[in-house]
Design a protein. Structure first.
Length: 593
């Protein structure tokens, strides 16, 4: 039986797979691209996620240009890498400048284009060029997107930039000189038209049979409709049915999924829907990817018998270790869908239990903290870095500082410049820096956005650090402390990497750790979340997945992590202060399954 036939029988030219982290967007988008290529179509698979693992799935090195996939005629893959895109963008902008431009003028433009805002614009510029491609080199463009919050930002940019550039004769510094604006305005408008045309574009909302993922898909559906993306489909991935009703763990997993699907919001029920069953194998390699949608034979699965897990301590031990300091920043990082929000909230509750005052915040645009806590706790302050709120605060601050010295026309021009979508990125960074500084006198626990979005924020932190060091060079720079320097201080900042005991999340956490180390930031600990291995299930499908789980747990404990902590799969999601408290309470004992 081939799954997703509704989508595959009438595929749009542009297909966007989006959803909460960990729901299987990459696997499904890649399987669909492979199916279309096998059917004789010319297909380009595009990843907009900086933390993608497409290279591992397909066994091909990803680049900023299309790369043919071996053994799959007609299929090419491309990764929009922000750093490469930014450098190519800078070169194009400089090349547009007049031949008689002075070295000083060239240096000024390069400086304007050195920030994180330009990195976002460059990535978006590549994205827009694909959507507005007039050459029709491909029959289908399949987009594997970053987790929801980042994707909503990306898909809102065509409308935002088209509005900003309309009638704008001055431009914005992060776009470069005005000479290139009209070209970009035409491209951005074409991208907006393509996204808004239901005959060209389909948005595939991917979810798991999980209440949190379903609710996020529901919110995303409404937000995308407000942006003009109305042609939507829903795919429920990883639907599980227990083999026998006498396996308590298997039945609990099935029942939780069924309850979540039964409570699906009306806006999702109204969408065309497909369901893909949970598979016993990892979706790595062409055979597994084809088998995901029911094509060909499944790869052989290994089976292990759970023997108990000894690779890590519980979260109570981690909370004890963190509480030894009087203050500090605790950043919880990782791939989308691995449980960062739950871990961050539990650690914050654990520190309050241990007599500490804690500020719990998030940089994730999807912002699930309030849902996870579902209550208040004395000593715990909870908020989030809201991009819209922070942008308005930043605009008000700039206007208050510079506005009084300008005439009415100059103030109007400044406000027009601050309407640039770049302003949001700058404002969010300033809010992040403000939260980081609070940890000088208290505990701050930060639930970060999924990996790709967090790395862009780290890029902004590095760019700001370099700018400050240049500006204060020779002027008491030895007394300057930037947010990056605080993140590099192991006494000030503890980075907690969260992963699942699966190939892709562990590989992405490893890549994140390597990125952090290049910035001289050393992770403090790893948490392996949602382990079924310790549950003792005998269900054949779940048991087939345990061999891979054991391999990944050994991989983390015996080479990647200096400190490893473990959270088993729980039959009931830890929602609310009481449930979170149970995860971090002494004495050290594994929560009941």
């Amino acid at each position: 039986m081939v799954h997703l036939l509704g989508l595959l029988n009438h595929p749009s030219r542009h297909m966007f797979f989006t959803g909460k982290g960990g729901v299987g967007k990459t696997s499904l988008s890649t399987a669909v691209a492979l199916y279309l290529a096998d059917s004789g179509k010319r297909v380009l698979l595009v990843s907009t996620d900086t933390a993608t693992n497409l290279d591992e799935m397909l066994g091909v090195e990803l680049k900023n240009t299309p790369v043919p996939v071996p053994l799959v005629p007609g299929l090419s893959v491309l990764n929009i890498d922000p750093d490469n895109a930014a450098e190519a963008y800078r070169q194009r902008v400089v090349a547009q400048m007049a031949a008689d431009s002075s070295d000083a003028e060239l240096a000024t433009v390069r400086e304007q284009l050195s920030g994180a805002c330009t990195t976002e614009i460059a990535s978006f510029d590549e994205f827009a060029s694909l959507l507005s491609d007039a050459d029709q080199a491909y029959d289908h463009l399949v987009f594997d997107t970053a987790p929801t919050g980042h994707t909503l930002r990306l898909l809102s940019l065509p409308k935002a930039w088209s509005g900003f550039l309309a009638g704008n004769d001055r431009g914005a510094s992060c776009l470069g000189p005005h000479s290139g604006l009209k070209m970009q305005e035409v491209r951005f408008k074409a991208a907006l038209d393509a996204l808004s045309d239901p005959r060209q574009t389909t948005v595939v909302l991917v979810t798991r049979p999980d209440t949190g993922a379903i609710n996020e898909a529901s919110r995303t559906s409404d937000e995308l409709k407000s942006l003009g993306l109305s042609n939507q489909r829903l795919v429920v991935n990883g639907v599980f049915h227990a083999s026998a009703r006498d396996d308590a763990i298997a039945c609990a997993i099935e029942d939780l999924g069924a309850q979540a699907l039964q409570a699906m919001p009306p806006n999702l029920r109204a969408l065309p829907q497909d369901r893909v069953p949970l598979r016993a194998f990892d979706t790595v390699g062409l055979q597994a990817l084809r088998a995901l949608l029911g094509q060909g034979n499944e790869p052989p699965a290994m089976v292990v018998v759970a023997q108990g897990v000894t690779q890590g301590q519980g979260l109570d031990a981690l909370a004890d270790a963190l509480a030894q300091a009087g203050h500090g920043l605790i950043m919880v990082m990782g791939k989308g869908g691995v449980g960062k929000t739950t871990v961050a909230a539990a650690l914050a509750v654990g520190l309050v239990q241990r007599g500490k005052s804690v500020h719990l915040s998030t940089t994730d645009p999807a912002a699930h903290l309030s849902v996870t806590l579902a209550g208040e706790l004395p000593g715990l302050k909870v908020d989030r870095i809201d991009p819209l709120v922070e942008t308005q605060r930043y605009v008000d601050k700039i206007m208050a500082a510079k506005g009084p010295h300008l005439d009415a026309q100059e103030r109007a021009l400044m406000l027009e410049d601050l309407r640039s979508p770049c302003t949001e990125e700058v404002a969010v960074f300033h809010a992040f820096a403000r939260v980081v500084s609070e940890a000088r006198s208290a505990f701050v626990v930060l639930d970060t956005a999924p990996t790709g979005h967090s790395l862009l924020l780290m890029d902004a932190t590095g760019a700001y650090h370099r700018q400050m060091m240049r500006e204060f060079e020779g002027q008491a720079s030895n007394r300057l402390i930037t947010p990056l320097m605080r993140l590099q201080d192991p006494d000030y900042t503890k980075i907690i990497l969260v992963t699942l005991p699966e190939t892709t999340p562990v590989s992405q956490a490893q890549a994140l750790q390597e990125d952090l180390r290049r910035a001289r930031i050393e992770p403090f600990a790893w948490i392996i979340n949602k382990s079924v291995l310790a549950a003792g299930t005998q269900d054949p499908l779940l048991a087939a997945r345990l061999a891979g789980e054991q391999t990944q747990m050994d991989r983390v404990a015996n080479g990647l992590s200096k400190r490893t902590f473990l959270l088993p799969w729980l039959a009931r999601a830890p929602i609310g202060v009481a449930a979170l408290s149970a995860l971090v309470s002494r004495p050290a004992e594994v929560p009941a399954l």
